[in-house]
Design a protein around this ligand. Structure first.
Ligand SMILES: O=C(O)CCC(=O)C(=O)O
Ligand SMILES: [Fe+2]
Length: 197
């Protein structure tokens, strides 16, 4: 407990939020430096990759409350800086990935509802790595079972959140809307997807 307090005070090294039979979730700041985080944010926000998806909910079709983009192993080329970013995250975590999902939260009205990442789409046992760029947003992480465990985590630019496969069985995560005005944020999610040939 003492070591955990120190980590959060000094923002140094990885902060292990969860590490037990229900999974492992680790948050680490400054995985990329500030100048690189700024450059990657600009390159991605200026790119034409973003689209507005629609989703049927409560029998109505609604805009998903954020912009999204996706690149997988079938895409011939990835826009800058995605290959560079994946390489960096791979080397940092010692994990390999083959797909990238991006979210663009334009302001405080954009969000992602509480969910777990679809395990059916992922190779069993492989983690999800979330790189944050732009404005800091708060993520909520909640256990599905009671007694509820809950982590409220500010995802700073240049940080990485590593969630293992198992944790998606037992925890939901989401980015709630905020009441205070905030600037734009981009998250880059690295995954290893199941290949159905
Ligand atoms: O933006 C984030 O940090 C979370 C995104 C997320 O949960 C997802 O894309 O599945
Ligand atoms: Fe997710």
């Amino acid at each position: 407990m003492h070591a955990m307090t120190q980590f959060s005070l000094f923002n140094e090294g990885p902060l292990v939020l969860l590490d037990d039979a229900s999974g492992r979730i680790v948050y680490e700041e400054n995985v990329i430096d500030g100048a690189t985080a700024d450059r990657w944010f600009r390159q991605l926000s200026d790119s034409g990759i973003w689209s507005q998806k629609r989703r049927v909910m409560y029998e109505r079709e609604l805009d998903v409350p954020r912009l999204t983009a996706h690149f997988g192993f079938r895409d011939e080329s990835w826009p800058d800086p995605l290959a560079e970013a994946m390489d960096h995250v791979s080397r940092h975590t010692g994990e390999t990935f083959d797909s990238i999902g991006l979210n663009f939260y334009r302001d405080e009205h954009d969000s992602v509802a509480m969910h777990n990442d679809r395990l059916a789409d992922l190779v069993e046992g492989r983690p999800i790595a979330l790189l944050s760029l732009g404005t800091t947003r708060r993520m909520l992480i909640r256990s599905k079972a009671t007694p509820r465990r809950r982590f409220d985590l500010d995802l700073n630019p240049g940080s990485l959140l590593l969630m293992d496969w198992q944790s998606q069985h037992h925890y939901d995560h989401g980015i709630p809307k905020q009441t205070q005005p905030v600037g734009p944020r981009i998250s880059v999610a690295f995954r290893t997807r199941r290949r159905s040939e």
